[in-house]
Each structure stands twice: as C-alpha cells, then as structure tokens.
Design a protein around this ligand. Structure first.
Ligand code: ATP
Ligand code: MG
Ligand code: MG
Length: 388
C-alpha cells in the first residue's frame, strides 16, 4: 500500500478519502487553495516532498506539480481541466482515475446525456437549446411545461437549474443562468429519487452498493435512506443493473455516484452520474462492509475491491446544511446526535458557515426501520424550523 494518491480538491469528499487512506497507510497529497481546508486538516504530509499544494485545482501549473509527486491522480470534483489531466496521465505510474475522457463526457451534462442515450441507457427526453427566447420557447413547445432548463457545465446542488413553469419566465430563466451553455430536459414526474454507488476496479470489474432513496430539499440532498424500500422488489435489482451498465460505458477506475428517478409505473430513468465518491454514499462509512472512500482508493490503486454489502439492517444519512452565517444551527443538530444510539457525527471543518453550504452530516444505523425512524426523530426536531 506504499503508494501516493494526489487529489484535486480538498473539501469534504477529499477529507473522507484522506481519512480512509490513512487506515491503509496510503499517502495523500491535496491540491486546493489555502493551507487548512477540510481535507488538508486530517492528513499531515509524511515527508517534505509530499507536502500539500496551495493552489487552484483548475491551475495547470499546480496540477503538473501535483502529478510530479504522486503515483495516481484522482478528483473530488468533476469541474477540472481534463486537457491537463490528459497531458499528465502518461507520466503517472497508475494514471488518472476517472479517466480524463470520462471527466470530459460527464462535466458537460448535455454531452453526458447524449453519451448515455447513445448507449441505450433509459433517460427522459432532452434537447439542445441556445440562450435565446426563441430557442427556449421552441424547446418548451416540443417538451412541454414545466421545462427544466439546465446549465451544461459547472452545475452542483441545483445551481444551474431553472424550472420554467410559464413561458413568461423565459427571460428570468435566461438571466438567472447567465451566459452559460444550456440545454433543456422534459420534466420527469418522479415519485422517488434513488441512487446507486458503483465501483469499477482497474481490471474493469464493476460492482454496486445497495440502492438508496435520496430526499432533496431546495435542490440539495437532505436525507438518504439505505437500503431503498419498495413493494416492488424488482426496482432495486433494475436500478443496480441500470447503474452498473451506465458506468460500464465510461472509462477509468474508481467510484461513480449514479442518480436516478423512479416513476409511478416503476420505470427507472438516469438523472446524472458523478465520477467520484458522492453525497448519497456517505452512509457507506458506517453502514457497509467497505466504505465508498476505501473502495475508491482500492480501485484506483489496483487493489482488490471490498464487499459493498450493508452490515446493518437499516441506515440513514442527514446532511447538515448551513442555515445562516452562523454554525449554531448545525451545532445544535450535531449535539442532539451525540445522545442518539447509532448516530455518527461528521463535521467538515469548513472555515465559514453559509446558508446552503454542506457543513457536515450524520449517519444513523439501526437494527430495524422502526428503530431508525425513532432515532431520526430527535435529529429532525433539532433542525431549524425552515429546514426540517
Ligand atoms: P448535484 O448537486 O447532484 O450535482 P445538479 O446541480 O447537477 O445536482 P441535477 O441533479 O441535474 O442538479 O438536478 C437537481 C435536482 O433537480 C434533482 O435531484 C431533481 O430533484 C430535480 N430535477 C433534475 N432534473 C429534473 C427533471 N428533468 N425533471 C424533474 N426534476 C428534475
Ligand atoms: Mg450534478
Ligand atoms: Mg444531481
């Protein structure tokens, strides 16, 4: 395990990757702005040569500097410069994972949808649009209202999405999404959102974690329930199959977060894929035999993958989202969790709290769904009124 992993980005996903790496004595070098972000806080360099790098994960000079120190490069965010990753790939003993080609496909959501459609993956309808009144109106004529207008690039937590419910909103939508390249999706009247974490080994073996239900609020993941429960037992098997098949169309090793919609008639559509550990997989740290973070490291280092099975009957993950510029509301929920059996508190050590920012999460495990609900209740009660 005497290997060094370079990570582009040093937020909470990098922090949890670094924590998993420390258990296997894998060295980690982080590239991000500042000396003390969430990931850098938890892993001290093992030698001066492996010092973390202060710089933007989008800066080609800094990416090359990182590549010179490590055996393999990976990312905690897909909004990176795929061209520079292409360039450094050849001189890295274990390469770049996910592959730069995969990052390029995924980081443009319209190209991602085209790719998935070309490979026969089930998707809602989508269409290219220009940032003009006429083009968006034509898309609404074709796909109907509400219309989901989306930025093709740099999207996260729904920032980049605009729901057009009335044609009179087109100007507002265009100004909200600015000068970004756009596309539109037909509204998917889903009954549930579900997700599957998929891992691909460097040898190309693909395995998946159990299906989870994700509950979003204001476009941000709020709660995750694992495993997903459904009267129709075929849903989970189909969702895992769809997720694994979709990941098989992409290249490179590592973990992929596959977001999906479940429709009233039982069909499952893909929403989008993240080429990295994912918020909907945080629960795996406490609830599965191998966490998504450890399996990501195993995959990119060519080590055998670990079991993805649940090791508890029931689990949930509650995101701790900033309610204001103060940490007080987040701290109150974390405090409440300290008194709940089966609750594990994760605080990310971010320098400042902001409304809508992910500041931490709590994982709950329980011997039954009923016990899980009972354990969740005091946590939901401790949330600030606007977000419970
Ligand atoms: P993430 O933080 O997961 O990367 P994102 O900014 O890329 O999010 P999406 O996943 O595209 O955004 O959409 C955010 C949420 O908006 C989805 O989880 C879903 O609740 C809703 N949504 C997205 N597309 C559609 C659609 N076509 N029809 C209905 N709802 C949608
Ligand atoms: Mg996204
Ligand atoms: Mg999403």
């Amino acid at each position: 395990m005497d290997k060094t992993v370079g990570i582009l980005g040093g937020g909470q996903l990098g922090r949890m990757l670094a924590a998993a790496a420390s258990l296997l004595n894998i060295n980690v070098v982080i590239l991000d702005v500042g000396d003390n972000g969430p990931a850098k806080q938890v892993v001290a360099p093992t030698s001066p040569r492996l010092a973390h790098i202060d710089g933007a994960f989008t800066d080609p000079v800094k990416i090359r500097e990182l590549a010179d120190k490590v055996d393999v490069l990976t990312v905690e965010i897909e909004h990176v410069d795929a061209g520079v990753l292409d360039e450094v790939q050849a001189r890295l003993p274990l390469g770049v994972h996910p592959s730069p080609a995969t990052i390029r496909v995924i980081q443009d959501k319209y190209v991602q949808k085209q790719h998935l459609a070309a490979h026969g993956c089930p998707l809602g309808e989508f269409i290219a649009v220009d940032a003009t009144q006429e083009s968006v109106r034509a898309a609404a004529d074709k796909l109907g209202l509400p219309l989901m207008l989306k930025s093709r690039t740099l999207a996260y937590d729904g920032r980049g999405n605009f729901v057009i419910r009335d044609l009179a909103q087109i100007d507002e939508a265009l100004s909200a999404l600015g000068n970004r390249p756009l596309y539109a999706e037909k509204w998917v009247p889903f009954v549930k959102e579900i997700a599957v974490m998929v891992v691909r080994s460097s040898a190309g073996e693909v395995v998946s974690y159990p299906v989870v239900e994700t509950v979003h609020k204001d476009n941000i993941c709020h709660l995750v329930f694992a495993p997903f429960r459904s009267r129709d037992a075929s849903v989970s098997a189909r969702a895992r199959q769809i997720a694994e098949t979709a990941v098989q169309t992409l290249h490179g090793a590592g973990v992929f977060g596959v977001e999906m919609f479940l429709l009233e008639n039982g069909s499952v559509y893909l929403n989008e894929i993240a080429p990295r550990p994912h918020n909907s997989g945080h629960y795996t740290i406490e609830a599965c035999e191998t966490s998504q973070y450890e399996n990501h490291l195993r995959a990119i280092l060519g080590l055998p993958l670990g079991s993805t099975a649940l090791k508890v009957p029931s689990s949930a993950m509650l995101n701790l989202i900033g309610a204001s510029d103060s940490m007080d509301e987040v701290t109150a929920v974390a405090q409440a969790a300290l008194g709940v059996p089966g609750a594990s508190v994760h605080l990310y050590g971010k320098a400042a709290c902001r409304k809508g920012r992910k500041m931490g999460h709590i994982t709950l495990v329980a011997p039954s769904d009923a016990a899980l609900r009972a354990r969740l209740r005091p946590l939901l009660a401790a949330l600030p009124p606007s977000s419970s």
